[in-house]
Design a binder for this molecule. Structure first.
Ligand SMILES: Nc1ncnc2c1ncn2[C@@H]1O[C@H](COP(=O)(O)OP(=O)(O)O)[C@@H](O)[C@H]1O
Ligand SMILES: [Mg+2]
Length: 364
């Protein structure tokens, strides 16, 4: 998704100029022509950054900024004030009402671009930090719960087995065996949690992403053999690979990364209801970034659901533990990688995993 910039300025030609520049820089631009409209749009659109003119009739930029910073929904959106005069008083006023930055008019568009880019980068880093802290806290909690559950679960499983063996009536046998299979399911979940602990440390060394992808694909291909659709018919799924020849090396822990990629491919395969294709592609996105794209033409997900898929226990499957992507996320993070998801319901999904190349890795 493109970052969204909200431009608040009463002057139409300024709005047009800034809109054109922001769009040329690859952002989505929205405009508001006064302070109140700006506040409304900030609340409704959740922009990633606001360019805010100071001199506006009625509600001026300072007051608009003060109100934005007073509300929880809009407080964390960075604001760049566009001040007409370079007077110290104005700059101080801007910072006092909580603006993150200010630019003095007449401004150069190049300067605006640079300031926007740097504030967005800070904001993205901050979001990543918050996300990773959240994941770490969740991980600890899950581990703690698993620890508490393990012993009683063994007892429940053992007692259910005894009941099963001692049962005289069929109906009691059925009850007991239902308990037993539920216990099995929970034990599988425990196993995944142990796996999660196992991946907590990745030891990185330069390696070949393509080789890891191929290995993960090979293991995923084994899954295909016993996948059936809802009518019990075997699914017909192909896994295609399109790997960049002579891909530059990246820092990897081959075993952990294979697991991370395998989980993503497994989900892709499971998202296909009866027949379809999963494509694995490695590409250079720019001189610093090697990416793996995993694309499927399966059921897809809503935008709302995509936000939750990396959280533990988030699953849409009857037998899923909802931990596969939690594990993948953690591993990818330990690789200093980034994972992005694009999905359309009924059409399919693409996971893009981006790796930073070691400087000089790419010989041109
Ligand atoms: N490629 C995909 N297409 C559609 N849904 C997906 C895809 N990948 C993940 N999901 C969704 O994310 C959820 C979480 O995935 P995961 O953490 O691996 O747990 P699990 O596979 O055990 O459910 C899945 O249940 C599914 O709803
Ligand atoms: Mg999964």
């Amino acid at each position: 998704m493109k970052p969204r910039i909200l431009i608040v300025d009463d002057n139409e030609s300024n709005r047009m100029l800034l809109t054109a520049k922001m769009e040329a820089d690859g952002y989505d631009a929205d405009v508001a022509s006064n302070g109140l409209e700006g506040i409304n749009k900030a609340e409704g659109l959740h922009p990633d950054l606001i360019l805010l003119d100071v001199m506006m009739p009625q509600l001026d930029g300072f007051e608009t900024c003060r109100r934005l910073k007073a509300k929880d929904e809009t407080r964390y959106i960075p604001v760049i004030m566009l001040t007409a005069r370079g007077e110290l008083e104005d700059k101080l006023m801007g910072l006092e009402v909580g603006a993150e930055d200010y630019i003095v008019k007449p401004y150069s568009l190049v300067e605006i671009s640079a300031r926007v880019r740097s504030l967005l980068a800070v904001r993205a880093l901050y979001a990543r930090l918050r996300e990773s802290e959240k994941m770490a806290a969740l991980g600890e909690m899950v581990d703690g719960i698993a620890h508490e559950i393990r012993n009683p679960l063994t007892t429940v499983g053992g007692m259910a087995r005894r009941l099963y063996e001692a049962a005289q009536e069929d109906v009691h046998k059925r009850y007991a065996s239902t308990i037993m299979s539920s216990v099995k399911r929970m034990e599988r979940m425990m196993a995944r949690i142990d796996e999660y602990k196992g991946i907590l440390v990745s030891t990185l060394k330069p390696g070949d992403l393509n080789a890891v992808v191929e290995q993960a694909a090979k293991e995923a291909a084994l899954l295909l053999e016993d996948l059936v659709d809802s009518t019990g018919k075997r699914k017909s799924i192909v896994i295609n690979t399109n790997l960049l020849p002579d891909a530059p090396p990246v820092s990897i822990d081959a075993i952990n990364l294979k697991m991370a990629i395998f989980n993503v491919i497994q989900n892709a395969v499971e998202a296909i209801e009866s027949n379809g294709a999963v494509t694995l592609e490695t590409v250079l996105l720019d001189e610093n970034t090697l990416a793996l794209k995993v694309t499927d033409d399966g059921v897809g997900m809503s935008e709302e659901f995509v936000k939750k898929i990396f959280h533990p226990f988030s699953t849409s499957k009857m037998t899923g533990a909802g931990l596969g992507l939690t594990i993948s996320y953690r591993i990818i993070q330990d690789h200093n990688g980034v994972v992005e998801v694009e999905s359309r319901e009924g059409q399919g999904t693409t996971f893009t995993i981006k790796f930073v190349l070691t400087p000089g890795a790419l010989v041109s």
